[in-house]
Each structure stands twice: as C-alpha cells, then as structure tokens.
Design a protein around this ligand. Structure first.
Ligand code: FEO
Length: 402
C-alpha cells in the first residue's frame, strides 16, 4: 500500500519484517528492515527506486493498484545494488520504454546484474536536474561510496525532500514511516549500527560528501533514505551525527574481545576488564566472546571505544577460526585512532599473541605493550602484567591536547 510522505510524494516500498540477514551473513537484522521506494506525482510521475527481487511481484502488483504503470514518466535508480534495483526486471516488462535516470556506474551495476536489456538508461551527474512540472525539479547528487561507487541522492525542490539512498538509513521496519514516531532507542541504535557496519570503511568519502552537500545549500526539510525511517523532524540532526561519526569517533569505552578453548583466555579477558575498572571506574567496558556474539553489535561497540584488547589461544599454530574471521571483519571496517592490546593462552607452540598483534596493526590499530601470553592456565605471574597493559591502553596519545 502507499503511504503519503509529503505533498504528492508517497512511500511505495516494502516493509521487510522477516529479514534476518543482509549482505549474506555479514549483517544480522534485529528489528526488521525496509526497502523504501517513492512515487512522486506532479505533472510528471516519477518512481524513485524499487525493492529487493524476492518481493518484486508484490511490489509491482501493489504499484499497479496505486498508479497506472504506463503513467510513470521517469524512474530514478539512485543505486544499482539489488536491494533497490531488484524489481526493475519485473517492472520493465510492463513499461520497457520508461527512461531510467542513474549514474554512469549504476548503468554498469544494473547491466552487470540483469544484462543489457535495451532499457533507456540516462546517465546523470551531480547538479543535473530534471523538470517534473508544477514548478518542481529533481536535482541529482552523486554520492560514491555511500554506499557503493554508483550511489547517488536525489533532491526534490518545492517539497525539499532529499532521497538519500543508503546514507542516513537504518535496518529498522517502522510501520509509521517517520523517525519521530519510531522507538528512539532502537532508531538511533540502528542508525549507528548501520553507519558502523556499512559506511565506516568509507568515512573519508562520507565526510567530504557531507561538506559538498552543505555547500550546495539545499533547503532540506526531509530526508528519505532507502532503508528504515524517514527523518522529518530536525532532519539535519542525522547529518550532524554522520559528520561526528565520520571523524574518528570515540567515547571513553573499551572493548575486550576474545575467543577461548578451555576458559584460560576468557580468564585473562575478565582480569583485564576488572583492571580497567580499577584504574578508570568511569570507563565503560564491554567483554565479548566474539565467537558467540553478534559481530555487528561488537563492531558497533568497538567503533564507540577508544581501545580494544583482543585474545585468542593458540590453535594449530594460529588463532581460533572464529577470532580469525572476526579480525578480517574488523580490518574491513577501517577504524581509526584506536589502541589495541593482545592476549592469549597456549599449550605448545604459542604463536597467537604475535599473530594477533600483527593483525591488529594491519587493521590500523596502535598496538601497545605489554601483551599477556600464558602457558597452559594463566597464573598470578601471567596476570601480573595486566596493570601495565591497561595503563598503556588507557594512556592518552602524546599529542592528545596539541
Ligand atoms: Fe541498500 Fe547499498 O544498498
């Protein structure tokens, strides 16, 4: 069904209550999600984006109930990723001659996925406009790496709505459509989780693009992303949050993340957490067994933290597989300006701590000493270096106040 957004703009997307995973198994969904598509009905009728292919038939049938498909003058494809372009094939069977406005890279993405079907693809660049009648225009803004190279946003004048694509979205199904009607704790938690797990690797691009959009001086009154709730009250608050998050964000928090075989490495993890409390009672500490935890939640905590301690026992000359995979994901998120320490138990060869240090450095962390490396079961002499490890983790960088 359609839901009115503002003026002659309606939401015609798909509320995905059942979605549990996104990007394969890389993102666990906790509160549903949505693929937002929008219909603009001025002198010209415009469809902004579609929904993921499993919902394509329902999407096209719903759309038919709301509008004569043949009356759609233009389609705007803000992004080629299949959660937004996945119904195009089904839709274009009905209206094969309707022009599709998108970036040059989106042509590559759409044709790469669905083949060159002879659709009328019209390439746009930042600043290009499209007159849709009644004194309103669409202005296109390329937003590469928000979230893939082909992404763009579209600004509708008059109603002053920025269709921002993935940026400013959340994996959160909100029946009432608007952010101000959603549960605020879930909304902001999901907005942050989305930024950390989807956009943080491209934080440099995000910061630059936000400055560019600000310089365009668009009178933005509403931000309508492609996932989750629409920002209508104080819409620039989420833009401000993105600027903050994109600037090597951190709070007075520390994550202790580990995998364990026989609870020895876990014991060191708990001892490190206790020592952080002893040295700095106001520092917020979170301890996670990474093999048993939601990695998106752990990464969101890592993003908020100023330092992490990571542990694994030595397992067949390496790390536990769960820790190894977790570290690969950590590296992909490209965190900046954080310290890290390593710890772990071993029975025989004992390489895990050195491997952890190498991998943490490779992931962009400032690795501190000492580490904790305990043979068999950690005893008091192994744990005696923990106060120094914690002091090094909590120490301000030498140039902190410069
Ligand atoms: Fe929601 Fe990058 O797709």
């Amino acid at each position: 069904m359609r839901k009115q957004v503002k003026g002659n703009v309606s939401w015609v997307g798909y509320l995905d209550w059942e979605l549990q995973l996104f990007h394969g198994h890389d993102y666990r969904i906790e509160h549903g999600s949505s693929q937002n598509a929008y219909l603009i009905e001025e002198e010209k009728t415009v469809l902004v984006d579609t929904v993921w292919s499993p919902h394509r038939s329902e999407f096209v049938e719903n759309l038919k109930r709301e509008v004569d498909l043949k009356s759609i003058d233009f389609i705007v494809a803000n992004h080629g990723e299949c959660d937004h372009s996945g119904s195009l094939v089904e839709l274009m069977k009905e209206i094969p001659d309707t022009p599709i406005y998108c970036t040059k890279s989106a042509v590559k993405s759409i044709q790469g996925q669905y083949g060159d079907r002879g659709w009328d693809m019209r390439v746009v660049k930042t600043g290009d406009t499209l007159d849709i009648g009644n004194g309103k225009t669409l202005t296109f803004i390329e937003t590469p790496m928000m979230h893939w190279p082909d992404s763009m946003a579209t600004f509708l004048s008059g109603d002053n709505i920025l269709f921002s694509m993935d940026a400013f979205g959340q994996h959160y199904a909100v029946e009432d459509l608007y952010a101000d009607l959603a549960d605020q704790d879930i909304l902001w938690g999901e907005a942050l989780k989305y930024f950390v797990n989807i956009l943080n690797p491209f934080a440099g691009f995000v910061a630059k693009k936000l400055a560019e959009i600000e310089a365009m001086d668009l009178p933005i009154e509403m931000i309508a992303p492609s996932h989750g709730a629409i920002w209508r009250e104080d819409p620039l608050k989420i833009v401000g949050k993105y600027a903050e998050w994109a600037d090597a964000y951190q709070e007075d928090r520390v994550v202790v993340a580990y995998g364990t075989m026989w609870k020895g490495t876990e014991r060191i993890a708990h001892a490190i957490a206790d020592e952080i409390y002893r040295q700095s009672p106001t520092t917020n500490v979170h301890v996670f067994d990474v093999e048993a935890s939601d990695k998106n939640e752990v990464m969101t905590e890592v993003f908020r933290s100023r330092a992490i301690a990571v542990g694994s026992p030595t397992y067949i000359n390496g790390l536990l597989a769960g820790v190894e995979g977790w570290l690969a994901f950590l590296r992909s998120l490209k965190f900046k300006g954080k310290k890290a320490a390593a710890f772990g138990c071993y029975g025989w060869s004992g390489e895990s701590v050195r491997i952890l240090q190498d991998k943490l450095a490779g992931a962009g962390f400032d690795v501190v000493e000492p580490s904790i490396r305990a043979n068999w079961v950690p005893d008091e002499s192994d744990l005696s270096a923990i106060p120094d490890l914690v002091r090094a983790l909590l120490a301000e960088p030498a140039n902190a106040d410069v």
